[in-house]
Design a protein around this ligand. Structure first.
Ligand SMILES: NC(=O)c1ccc[n+]([C@@H]2O[C@H](COP(=O)([O-])OP(=O)(O)OC[C@H]3O[C@@H](n4cnc5c(N)ncnc54)[C@H](OP(=O)(O)O)[C@@H]3O)[C@@H](O)[C@H]2O)c1
Length: 332
């Protein structure tokens, strides 16, 4: 069955509801469980480009039409650009979203003092836009990477005005969120207007079985015409069969039983849980291996019952505990 499609908020786009994110493909180090293993510790640029191209090709052949990148994902934008240039006929059907605000500082290493540095200044926006705009015309969405109250970007008028000029040039403007206060930051972002019009066309947020706290605010954003992209639907691997922490066993047994009911993996069940919310316009897979992507895409065929959703709702973690655990995940 093809991936169901949906209007992408009030943008002119209509997209299949499963997309592919490149956070784990564009650089040697990332926080996802088992990331190092997935890349088979082969960090040669050509090898990683080849792997990314294989994943993009497979995703496209399976109906995916949205790819999510960022300046801080190492060479993700470069690998995406070379694939688009090698496949112009496919590129014509592709929508790319990228992000600015974090600068990659890991020097192509798995271990690094700092993997990325956040600065939501006009100088960084101008520097990174110069690089990201190479992806035009496929780049249709440009997002602030992990906007927070602390970064001050939602009060930075010169940055907001610059984003408005990009919007006037035809690029949709968005923001991604991170942390226990996603819903409060989104509520503030929804009030940001330039010349009387809401600036942000789209929001990207963490929402999953363990961390559903931003749900109501995301639903409200969708109701007001914003496009909603869901990231970390698998909690960086904690909602997959690979999460074998004994403390997680009771929850994993519930997930496994329900996944078995539908003949899919825990990953597809977790993605199907998110797809069940119509306001979750686009749900990202973060797979770095072909078999994981194929397993993730099976979520498109899973229809959960109300009873199953109620059971899954009971697996939610306290918000602070979820983000504390996430910040403890090792770069590997
Ligand atoms: N602040 C932000 O803006 C932000 C933050 C995080 C993510 N994102 C976006 O969201 C995308 C997805 O998020 P994410 O990658 O961070 O997290 P995620 O989707 O929650 O987790 C992906 C992890 O689950 C593993 N996995 C998937 N299917 C599996 C299976 N069947 N069996 C075992 N393991 C499986 C993947 O392993 P493999 O790698 O082995 O396939 C990967 O390690 C990113 O690529 C990025 O585009 C944005």
């Amino acid at each position: 069955m093809p991936i169901p499609t949906t209007p992408f908020g009030s943008t002119p786009l209509r997209l299949p509801r499963l997309g592919l994110g490149l956070a784990a493909l564009g650089r040697p180090g990332y926080i996802n469980l088992g990331h190092g293993e997935d890349l088979e510790a082969n960090y040669e640029v050509a090898a990683m480009e080849r792997r990314t191209h294989e994943m993009l090709g497979l995703a496209f052949d399976k109906g995916v039409r949205y790819f999510d990148a960022a300046r801080s994902y190492g060479k993700a934008e470069d690998f995406l650009l070379s694939w688009l240039q090698e496949h112009p006929e496919k590129a014509a059907e592709v929508t790319v979203g990228s992000k600015w605000g974090y600068t990659y500082t890991a020097g192509w290493k798995v271990e690094a003092e700092e993997h990325e540095v956040k600065e939501h200044s006009l100088e960084v926006l101008e520097r990174q836009w110069k690089l990201s705009k190479r992806l035009l015309p496929y780049l249709k969405l440009y997002q602030i990477h992990s906007a927070t109250f602390r970064s001050g970007v939602l009060e930075n008028t010169e940055v907001l005005n610059r984003l408005a000029t990009l919007k006037a040039e035809g690029v949709a403007i968005g923001l991604s969120l991170s942390g226990a206060d996603q819903q409060q930051v989104l509520a503030r972002a929804m009030e940001v207007e330039i010349d009387g019009k809401r600036l942000f066309d789209a929001v990207q947020a963490t929402f999953n079985i363990l961390e559903p706290s931003a749900g109501r605010q995301l639903q409200d954003a969708a109701g007001r015409g914003m496009a909603v992209i869901i990231k970390e639907a698998l909690a960086n691997g904690r909602l997959t069969a690979r999460h074998n922490d004994p403390a997680f066993t009771p929850k994993r047994l519930v997930l496994k039983r329900l996944a078995d009911n539908h003949g899919v993996g825990i990953d597809a069940l977790a993605l199907a849980y998110v797809l069940r919310f119509p306001w979750a316009h686009l749900v990202l897979s973060g797979a770095a291996r072909a078999e994981h992507l194929l397993s993730n895409l099976r979520a498109a065929n899973v229809a959960l019952s109300d009873g199953e959703v109620e059971e899954l709702n009971r697996l939610a973690m306290p918000v602070e505990a979820y983000w504390e655990e996430r910040s403890g995940l090792a770069w590997n």
